[in-house]
Design a protein around this ligand. Structure first.
Ligand SMILES: [Zn+2]
Ligand SMILES: [Zn+2]
Length: 75
């Protein structure tokens, strides 16, 4: 049996809680976290900014295409 994994919260102070198995794994940065820090918002997930940026770009692109369609209908 491997030793229990600790929460991999980056920075200080270190989190001493045991990481949760499976549900504690962040799908974005692939680190393991405790129940408190498993959500991207709570461990300052490195990938969260990237994900947000992607969503923002996707949304922006969609809004622009919608505007183009609306302009065509109007004009
Ligand atoms: Zn933690
Ligand atoms: Zn993460």
């Amino acid at each position: 049996m491997p030793a229990k994994k600790r929460c991999q919260l980056p920075g200080e102070p270190r989190c001493n809680n045991a990481a949760l198995r499976i549900v504690g794994d962040c799908a974005h940065c692939h680190s393991s976290f405790c129940a408190t820090h498993r959500l991207p918002e709570y461990h300052a997930c490195l990938k969260l900014a990237e994900c947000r940026q992607e969503a923002f770009q996707r949304n922006k692109g969609r809004l622009e295409s919608e505007r183009t369609v609306a302009a065509k209908i109007v004009g």
